[in-house]
Design a protein around this ligand. Structure first.
Ligand SMILES: [Zn+2]
Length: 443
């Protein structure tokens, strides 16, 4: 039967993102033959590695490949890992020729392996779709300007990888001499060895960064269509790729709550990396406990607090943090630190309330259940994101609570949204593309 199915290629650089994308893979699995490529980014983290292998097994996707982009046991690249990853990918040249994918969905063309696949391996008529599954990385000052009408070209002129405003770059010039040498070597490896010399030997061409690759940290113009999970991304990329080519989807909600049953658990999602040197650690932990106290006083039925660490938090820091938190837990709340990296949307139903800092994790929580309250705390977000922390989850229906001043940061007059399911968006794109090609042929 598989021979009759359309063939879809999914390229996701950070394998952990696949955890949250599992529901959409399930959604399209019966209609498309799926191939997945990802990299070994952060697979040195054993629990992430285990989870990714579990996804591979559970989804029963035969063609699931992990590109060795990074050194094993590290999240860094080296001269050797560059050669290894090129060699690994090169061997797939004939695989792509044979497969003739109908569609390719990639979370960017920024990384060299994605660029090679998109520009060299796929057939000309394969529909290339960009996918954004994380909140828009744009600096929030610039995002506010965007909402006030600043043109996208002007924004791109003023930023580097979206999140840094250019004038801040002076800081980097002051870096220590040794660090500058290391960075220069890295740059040579990236710009010349990875993107020019090896590709010239293997493919007879270069894959250098295009005009907006580094500015967007996403893509310049590899895609004709873009699918977005977040509303802010939908609006932003709509201006770049054209609104008619940009789609807003939402993950399938599998809420199975029994409304009659009272929930007695809350979940905290830690979305940043805490360590001994974090200078805002005490401030954040104090507010973490204050919020728990407030929540429990309002909802007496709450008995347990589950604590979910950031997936990239190192074991050493997890240990430090858990011990520190236990020490600070003066009122002896029942906090459970056990780790499970299930998709957040799949576990939301277990909780009365989920809280954390302004991050993509809260979005996936929001879309997992109709009966859970999702709260973003200012105290946990302000150090990282500043006073405009709430723009990161703009228009996602998440409660923005300024727990420092006990008030709410409500955004008024938000535009309404029309969602598609992931499958609907792909079908729509195929239809539009077919139509465009017909017109093109007539001309
Ligand atoms: Zn539910």
């Amino acid at each position: 039967m598989d021979n009759l199915k359309k063939k879809i290629l999914i390229c996701i650089h950070n394998p952990f993102a696949l955890v949250n994308l599992q529901p959409i893979i399930e959604e399209i699995k019966s209609d498309y033959e799926i191939t997945i490529f990802t990299s070994n980014y952060f697979l040195n983290n054993q629990s992430i590695h285990k989870k990714v292998l579990e996804i591979k097994k559970n989804s029963q996707i035969k063609n699931f490949f992990i590109i060795p982009s990074y050194k094993s046991n590290s999240e860094k690249r080296s001269f050797f890992s560059i050669i290894k990853s090129h060699y690994f990918l090169y061997k797939f040249k004939s695989f792509f020729k044979k497969k003739k994918f109908n569609l390719c969905i990639s979370d960017g063309s920024f990384f060299i392996w994605q660029k090679i696949i998109l520009t060299n391996f796929l057939e000309k008529n394969c529909i290339r779709i960009g996918l954004t599954h994380d909140s828009l990385n744009l600096h929030l000052d610039e995002f506010q300007k965007f909402l006030n009408g600043k043109k996208i070209d002007d924004i791109l002129r003023d930023v580097h990888k979206l999140r840094q405003i250019k004038k801040n770059n002076n800081k980097f010039r002051k870096k220590k001499f040794f660090l500058r040498i290391v960075n220069t070597i890295k740059r040579i490896e990236d710009l010349y060895i990875d993107r020019q010399i090896i590709p010239l030997i293997l493919y007879g061409k270069k894959f250098i960064y295009m005009k907006n690759d580094l500015k967007t940290a996403f893509d310049t113009n590899s895609f004709k269509y873009i699918i977005n999970f977040f509303y802010s991304s939908f609006r932003f990329w709509g201006k770049y790729y054209g609104e008619e080519n940009t789609f807003l989807v939402k993950p399938k909600n599998n809420c199975g709550c029994n409304i009659k049953k009272k929930k007695n658990k809350i979940l905290f999602i830690s979305s940043f990396l805490w360590n001994e040197e974090s200078n805002s650690l005490d401030f954040e932990i104090d507010h973490f406990f204050k919020f728990i106290e407030k929540t429990i006083s309002e909802h007496k039925e709450i008995l347990e607090i589950d604590f979910r660490h950031h997936p990239m938090q190192s074991d050493k820091n997890i240990k430090f943090f858990n011990e520190y938190l236990i020490k600070k837990n003066k009122k002896e709340y029942n906090i459970n630190f056990e780790h499970k990296y299930d998709p957040i949307s799949k576990i939301t139903c277990e909780y009365k309330l989920i809280f954390g800092c302004s991050s993509s994790a809260l979005y996936f929580a929001k879309h997992g259940c109709y009966n859970a309250e999702i709260v973003c705390l200012k105290s946990l977000s302000v150090n990282e994101l500043g006073e405009k922390y709430y723009y990161k989850l703009w228009n996602e229906g998440i409660i923005m609570y300024d727990d420092i001043n006990n008030s709410f940061d409500n955004l008024d007059n938000l535009p309404s949204k029309e969602y598609l399911t992931f499958k609907q968006s792909i079908e729509k794109i195929e239809k539009i593309d077919k139509h465009k090609n017909l017109i093109y042929k007539k001309i």
